[in-house]
Design a protein around this ligand. Structure first.
Ligand SMILES: Nc1ncnc2c1ncn2[C@@H]1O[C@H](COP(=O)(O)OP(=O)(O)OP(=O)(O)O)[C@@H](O)[C@H]1O
Ligand SMILES: [Mg+2]
Length: 431
């Protein structure tokens, strides 16, 4: 199959040299059984590529098993992957096959492999080397013929250096590494992607066609797309859902480009009132529902990004609202590796930074608004404090559902459990 047919068949859009190289790699590895490690930032298309590899392989008749190693609690991952034998641990009353058995003759996609705990890493290494494994609680060796495709948004070689990821496993996994560069490093893909998503969503929402003006194109091309293709897709979706006109201008798009801003005011959710569902105006009410849903998605993503930034490398800049001439956020979080990157980031965001950090406090908060993370006349919260408040806010939004909370915050459930535990141990009864 040639490159174009592969792109067409799997809906992989883009014409940059980098993307074409990725397609060539997919084509090469699909015919073989070698392990593949797909690396790239969040939202670049790692899962899309994994599907393409599986679907083009001899194994396509079996279903690819997808396992998010970061989402399964540490103690459960081994038995999920390799199965359990009766009596393995208290409460394990059944024998159960693991994902590796299910994936026999097919492929297994190990997403977020960098989150895999050490003991599971040992078992994985054994499977990769010999095709053998045993269920948890059993010494009987079993065989599986599962093709492993792994993905990570971490730099795994660094994880090895830091002693968190086994070196021998890394070498096993990385026979072939497919690196998918972030969107900002392949700007040629931005407009084809945006046009295609506009087209896709106008069909999906049964809406009229949208066209980008030249200033809109220019803006999209300049933006850094920290959330990569996923973010771009969401912005395109918003343009179809929220706009009631065919021409999409830079002004329409700008408020939806963020990457650095987060709305913190009053919980931030757009409320859909009961009255909005009035029968007389069905069209309008559906618009409001869509709008609320899209807004909600944005909120969650922004929250996720904030916590990613809190947890990730680089330095974190917390900018209170008084530093902004425009914008309705209480807090803006900017992550940058160095000052230069920070400044270039600032130029590209739809906010302007006021010159004087020590300018007197601006307008007051409405009386009933929850306390903002940063208050102008109070000392800055510590990172730990900011993180704790963010987590509590997120838990509130998801009614205490930890799985959803972790996903929204862009951390593994395990990390969330650990943080909650730490918090529980650290503070008792401060409220
Ligand atoms: N080149 C592309 N063409 C079309 N759609 C794409 C492309 N790259 C990514 N997408 C779409 O963007 C979204 C995010 O992609 P995907 O889930 O594969 O990213 P990911 O790298 O696995 O992200 P994460 O690390 O957050 O799991 C998906 O809807 C996917 O279909
Ligand atoms: Mg993914």
């Amino acid at each position: 199959m040639d490159r174009d047919s592969i792109q067409e068949r799997f809906g992989i859009i883009g014409k940059s040299a980098a993307l074409r190289h990725v397609i060539d790699q997919i084509r090469l590895v699909a015919r073989t059984d070698v392990g593949v490690l797909i690396q790239g930032e969040s939202g670049v298309g790692k899962e899309l590529v994994a599907h393409a590899i599986h679907e083009m392989s001899q194994r396509r008749h079996g279903q690819m098993i997808i396992v998010n190693c970061g989402a399964i609690p540490e103690g459960l991952l081994e038995s999920e992957l390799f199965g359990t034998e009766k009596g393995a641990y208290t409460g394990a009353v059944e024998r159960r096959a693991g994902y590796f058995e299910e994936a026999d003759k097919s492929s297994i996609f190990l997403d977020e492999i960098g989150e895999m705990p050490q003991n599971a890493q040992v078992r994985l290494l054994r499977v990769l080397e010999s095709g053998e494994f045993s269920r948890v609680g059993s010494a009987v060796a079993r065989k599986t013929d599962a093709r492993v495709i792994a993905a990570t948004n971490k730099d795994l070689s660094r994880e090895v250096e830091a002693g968190r990821f086994r070196e021998d496993l890394y070498y096993r996994l990385s026979t072939v590494i497919i690196n998918i560069p972030p969107l900002r490093q392949r700007p040629d893909d931005i407009l084809p992607l945006f046009d295609q998503f506009l087209h896709r969503y106008t069909q999906e929402y049964d809406s009229s066609p949208r066209n980008l003006t030249s200033d809109a194109r220019e803006l999209l091309g300049r933006y850094r797309w920290p959330g990569n293709v996923r973010e771009l897709r969401n912005v395109a979706e918003r343009m179809v859902v929220l706009l009631r006109k065919n021409e999409v201008t830079a002004e329409d798009i700008r408020p939806h480009l963020r990457g650095v801003s987060a709305s913190g005011a009053s919980g931030g959710l757009v409320k859909v009132e009961r009255d909005d569902f009035s029968d007389e105006d069905g069209d309008r009410s559906m618009g409001l529902v869509y709008r609320a849903l899209v807004e909600l998605r944005m909120e969650i993503r922004e929250l996720k990004e904030q916590i990613n930034q809190l947890a990730g490398g680089g330095s974190l800049h917390l900018l209170p609202r008084k530093l902004l001439k425009r914008g309705d956020s209480d807090l803006v979080v900017v992550k940058a590796d160095d000052q230069e990157q920070f400044e270039s980031f600032i130029e590209e965001v739809p906010y302007e930074i006021a010159a004087d950090e020590d300018a007197p406090a601006g307008d007051g908060q409405p009386k009933d608004a929850p306390a903002p993370l940063i208050e102008e006349d109070k000392p800055l919260p510590t990172l730990e404090d900011a993180e704790r408040r963010l987590i509590n806010e997120a838990l509130k939004r998801f009614d205490g559902n930890r799985r959803q909370t972790a996903r929204a915050l862009g951390i593994s459930e395990r990390t969330l459990y650990r943080k909650l535990k730490e918090e529980e141990e650290a503070g008792d009864g401060s409220d």
